[in-house]
Design a protein around this ligand. Structure first.
Ligand SMILES: Cc1cc2nc3c(=O)[nH]c(=O)nc-3n(C[C@H](O)[C@H](O)[C@H](O)COP(=O)(O)OP(=O)(O)OC[C@H]3O[C@@H](n4cnc5c(N)ncnc54)[C@H](O)[C@@H]3O)c2cc1C
Length: 217
């Protein structure tokens, strides 16, 4: 006699931005599609998400209220994930690039190395002599450089969506007015609605900070 199949854990991820998609992928990696059924439920999918038009640079800033311990635990996991993607055969084609970032500081600015300096590649302090050799304006007297990943969402979001579809993840287009609409349908609901959480939770402490992407030829 066949023993009954154990039921799959039925998980709903609300939101299909980079956080929702990467959360889904982490669950696929950790549980495998035999033990878990994931549904990504979202009002919008790429290219209509905020994630799709972001810069995609790994460099934490404006992280008010987050402890260095949490920042570096989460930051390290993200950095490792994109390092693995970058080193995979199609890493660059999927939008993941390794880039050197130069941070230039004026004399009055704080030059203490950031807490995440040990996570990135080749973190190097720069003095005025180094900067002058680079030909930067003289008002910059100190700085640092480091290697990090930049993830072009135009390529990365379609890539990760395809990986999720292959792993049996379901995608459902639906706008929720409350998380309560789905709590009885699933064993677990993960909220990845970004700024949408302002109305959905509702979390009235949510507010956009800033963002600017400049494309140069
Ligand atoms: C111009 C710009 C540049 C940026 N550059 C960088 C950068 O270089 N590096 C970096 O780390 N960050 C950057 N950011 C920030 C980054 O874009 C965001 O932190 C990130 O995209 C948030 O992802 P998310 O998945 O949480 O949200 P989103 O991408 O906003 O996704 C939210 C998802 O939830 C869904 N949703 C919301 N409400 C509901 C609802 N009621 N019912 C159903 N679905 C719902 C939406 O449809 C969407 O699919 C930048 C942001 C901007 C604007």
């Amino acid at each position: 006699m066949n023993s009954p199949q154990p039921e799959k854990l039925n998980v709903c991820i609300v939101g299909a931005g980079i956080i929702g998609l990467c959360a889904a992928w982490k669950l696929v990696e950790d549980y495998g599609s035999n033990d878990i059924q994931i549904t990504v439920l979202s009002e919008h999918f790429h290219p209509q998400t905020i994630s799709f038009c972001c810069g995609g640079l790994w460099e934490p800033y404006a992280i008010e209220g987050t402890s260095d311990k949490d920042l570096n635990r989460w930051g390290q996991a993200t950095f490792d994930h994109f390092k693995e993607e970058y080193l995979s055969p199609n890493g660059v084609k999927n939008g993941v690039q390794l880039m050197t970032v130069y941070t230039l500081l004026e004399e009055h600015q704080d030059a203490t190395p950031p807490s995440w300096a040990s996570i990135v590649h080749s973190f190097t302090l720069l003095n005025s002599e180094d900067l002058q050799k680079m030909g930067v304006p003289r008002k910059y007297t100190r700085g640092y450089s480091f290697g990090t990943y930049v993830v072009d969402q135009k390529y990365y979001e379609p890539h990760i969506t395809q990986k999720l579809q292959k792993a049996g993840v379901r995608f459902v287009q639906r706008k929720l007015d409350s998380l309560n609409e789905v709590v009885n349908e699933f064993d677990c609901v993960i909220n990845c609605s970004g700024l949408g959480a302002y109305h959905l939770v509702p979390d009235k402490t949510m507010y956009p900070v800033r963002g600017q992407v400049l494309r140069v030829k």
